[in-house]
Ligand binder design. Structure first.
Ligand code: ADP
Ligand code: MG
Length: 367
């Protein structure tokens, strides 16, 4: 069992660098959680606090309700895998894996069993007698993982573990890693700059910005139900339509954008208030202006329709002069021409409607 709980954890470096601020969350036993956010937002600091290499300035960290304040790194049952993981170059794969249980004073028989089980688990039994310099990058990481398993850690901390792998191998390794964590019943916390990786591999993803936790949710929550302006901005790509609420009484609120009224999902907005309606660029539906039965659409003028491979990016100026970028399927039957009048259809269910930030959108999204 290894449930992890942060209670109002703040870490200040030096006099005033607030690396993480008021972090509170629970990671359940056996969960795979990724941390994403702009560079410098506090991801590595969060991992280091968990590991115990640094201590909180304020707040408490608990493993299974036990405060970690006075628990040393080696007693936290934690294993690490980093991008450039230091496995010992002068030891074979087998010796590297045996290192943990050996320094813990396990018997020869126990060590043998732990090593064999770990080798089998990560599927590198055939490379057990090789030295690290003859291993491929994925096998290097498998050795690091086997070392964690043999040390009997229950919590696995990963900081950009797949950063050195080519894209194709990286995608295979993501599935391997998730399967391993589930099979071994580990609790994993994985830092990555690669959103697609976080969304593929995790049970839940934590979005951080400026030391704060913005949203901790399932991958589908983050794509379909971001509950914060920053989360919908940071995960994937969205446009934010500026509008004013004219009816807040129904499940779908009415919002005026330019001269047009559209329905949006009502997330508790108030009549008369300025709002930012977030829409994922892949969810806009662009049609010729003459198209009928587009009940919830905004008129606009095409600026350009650009081929991106599997998708096309259609830049459109709306009647309120705001420019949006719709990502449509490359096979969409119509190639839009510059200055062509179009309708941008918006399904109410895919909208997220936030109070317009007082400081303006750009400041609210500052990283
Ligand atoms: P991330 O891993 O998300 O890129 P970090 O957790 O490494 O971010 O850093 C968060 C903030 O704390 C950054 O502003 C960074 O410069 C600062 N920071 C991290 N470690 C230290 C340290 N040992 N001393 C001073 N400042 C630090
Ligand atoms: Mg980092």
């Amino acid at each position: 069992m290894s449930e992890i709980r942060f209670e109002d954890v703040t870490k200040i470096f030096g006099r005033s660098v607030e690396a993480v601020k008021d972090l509170s969350f629970i990671i359940e036993d056996g969960e795979y959680v990724s941390l994403i956010g702009p560079s410098g937002c506090g991801k590595t600091t969060t991992l280091r606090l968990l590991a115990g290499t640094i201590l909180p300035t304020k707040g408490q960290i608990f493993f299974n309700d036990k405060p970690m304040e006075n628990v040393r790194i080696q007693d936290r049952n934690i294993g690490f895998v980093f991008q450039h993981f230091a496995i010992f170059p002068h030891m074979t794969v087998r010796e590297n894996i045996a290192y943990g249980p050996t320094v813990r004073g396990r018997s020869r028989k126990e060590i043998e069993h732990l090593v064999e089980t770990a080798l089998k688990s990560v599927q590198i039994g055939d490379k057990a007698e090789l030295y690290p310099d003859s291993l491929s990058a994925p096998d290097w990481q498998k050795t690091a993982l086997a070392r964690v398993l043999a040390s009997e850690a229950k919590v696995l901390l990963l900081d950009e573990p797949l950063g050195a792998l080519d894209q194709k191998i990286r995608e295979e390794f993501q599935l391997f890693l998730r399967d391993l964590v589930k099979k071994e019943k580990l609790t994993a916390i994985h830092v990555t700059h690669d959103q697609a990786e976080a969304l593929t591999i995790s049970d839940r993803v934590a979005v951080m910005n400026k030391g704060r936790l913005i949203q901790l949710g399932t991958p589908t929550d983050l794509i379909y139900h971001p509950n914060h302006l920053f989360a919908s901005f940071f995960v994937g790509e969205s446009d934010f339509l500026e509008g004013v609420v004219i009816d807040d009484t129904k499940k779908e609120a009415k919002v005026r954008i330019g001269q047009t009224i559209i329905k949006v999902k009502n997330m508790g907005v108030e009549k008369g208030k300025r709002v930012a309606v977030a829409v994922r660029r892949e969810f806009f539906q662009v049609e010729q202006f003459s198209t009928k039965n587009l009940s919830n659409s905004l008129p606009g003028i095409v600026i350009e329709d650009q081929f991106l491979g599997l998708l096309r990016r259609v830049r459109i100026k709306l009647e309120n002069q705001q420019i949006i970028e719709a990502k449509i399927h490359a096979k969409h039957p119509i190639n839009f021409k510059e200055n062509e009048k179009v309708r941008v259809n918006i399904e109410p269910s895919i909208t997220r409607c936030f109070d317009y930030p007082k400081e303006g959108i750009a400041s609210a999204l500052e990283m």
